[in-house]
Design a binder for this molecule. Structure first.
Ligand code: GTP
Ligand code: MG
Length: 372
């Protein structure tokens, strides 16, 4: 698994937005990246926004802007420049090279790098670690060796920095080997999972899976329904693995399996989602999906679409889904009617895991869907 050698804490964010983008939307958008930095454990000392129809082909950020960025990096002693967008490897490399003239140890990450570093910090299970390792290798490419990462798995290390410059062939071979090794190990784990799922299915056991945007309250709901005690945190990506528990449905007089898993976020590249297929396997095999939504979030509708898009990429939109609008305790005068109308086809219902409100109705709705 990759580990940060010494965690950087001083961050700067750069966002490139199209000219017509509204200021309010830009702020909301950037706020998510700021929370990602916080989740990582960093602090944001500067934010730069560039308005441009098309990002610079060479270094993503335009020439004049780069000068400003360098000045800020030096002045604020920035350790990591995070590009709010998802950026091509060679552009990141070019930008880094320019900034490094003034600050040699600068790190430049794009949004996906940042998410991967967060995953890397939080991963607990062998499966989650392997998936992140693979995703990181695929997304970062050989760039990974200059990013302050080192391969810490036994026998996996090649000492981190520098190999790219010294022996490209050796690096390429090592690279292929690492990817294959991680792939093989992951395959073993997911085959085992597949067998267990198959066994459950043969035993006639139904599975309900909780999905949704990160921080919506999925683990909170999972804990109540399963009586377990999973980590709940006001942070993005508190959960990275998947956990299965049992939920007793009174009206059916039987137990069903319930699973909680990693949250979704916008702009996740498909290859990253692909890397998490093993973790998401429970959801893939679920009889009913509970899509948990934070009803107090001003970006609620956009986030619903992001989750739907990812479910589509996972080929899960043919599945029965129930929209579970959570955190009703936080919204005064909630217009339930409007939401019910808009999402009628997804059997919308309203809960608060905090006040334990709406849970009976959730149980009866799920029971109905399972026996339908
Ligand atoms: N007010 C209020 N807060 C809630 C409710 N449900 C969850 N929260 C809070 O929302 C935050 C996120 O909750 P989690 O259950 O960790 O959310 P999650 O969807 O599992 O998040 P990730 O695993 O990070 O994707 C925590 O601070 C919870 O205490 C609710 O009904 N009302
Ligand atoms: Mg969670």
């Amino acid at each position: 698994m990759f580990e940060q050698v010494a965690d950087p804490t001083r961050f700067m964010i750069i966002g490139v937005f199209p000219k017509p983008a509204r200021k309010e939307d830009i702020i909301i958008d950037l706020e998510e990246t700021v929370s990602l930095v916080r989740t990582y454990g960093g602090q944001v000392f500067a934010v730069e926004v560039q308005r441009s129809e098309s990002p610079d082909r060479t270094s993503f950020v335009g020439k004049g802007k780069v000068e400003e960025v360098i000045a800020t990096v030096v002045k604020e002693n920035i350790q990591v420049v995070v590009l709010h967008n998802t950026v091509k490897t060679r552009q990141i490399h070019a930008l880094k090279k320019q900034i490094a003239k003034e600050k040699p140890d600068i790190l430049v990450w794009d949004r996906v790098d940042l998410i991967l570093f967060i995953f890397g910090k939080h991963a607990q299970t062998a499966e989650a670690k392997l998936q992140i390792e693979l995703a990181a290798m695929r997304h970062m490419g050989p760039r990974i060796y200059g990013m302050g990462f080192e391969l810490s798995r036994q026998g996996g290390g090649i000492g981190g920095v520098g190999i790219g410059e010294t022996n490209t062939e050796l690096m390429k071979r090592h690279w292929k080997h690492q990817i294959k090794k991680a792939n093989d190990e992951l395959k073993k784990l997911s085959d085992e999972k597949q067998r267990q799922l198959e066994k459950r299915r043969r035993a006639g056991q139904k599975t309900v899976s909780i999905v949704g945007y990160t921080n919506a309250g999925k683990s909170s709901l999972f804990n109540i329904l399963s009586g377990k005690d999973k980590l709940v945190e006001n942070a993005l990506f508190a959960t990275l693995d998947s956990t299965v528990g049992t939920w007793y449905l009174k009206s059916l007089q039987k137990e069903v399996m319930i699973s909680d898993t990693i949250g979704f976020i916008k702009d996740l590249p498909p290859k990253l989602i692909d890397a998490f297929k093993s973790t998401l396997m429970e959801s893939v095999h679920a009889d009913v999906l509970l899509h948990v939504i934070d009803v107090s979030d001003p970006q609620m509708h956009e986030k619903i679409s992001v989750v739907e898009q990812i479910l589509y990429e996972l080929d899960l939109t043919n599945r029965k889904r129930i929209y579970v609008f959570n955190k009703v305790d936080m919204v005064k005068d909630l217009d339930k009617k409007a939401i019910e109308q808009q999402y009628e086809q997804f059997t919308p219902l309203f809960i608060s895991t905090l006040n334990k409100e709406g849970l009976e109705h959730l149980a009866s709705t799920v029971s109905q869907q399972l026996s339908a």
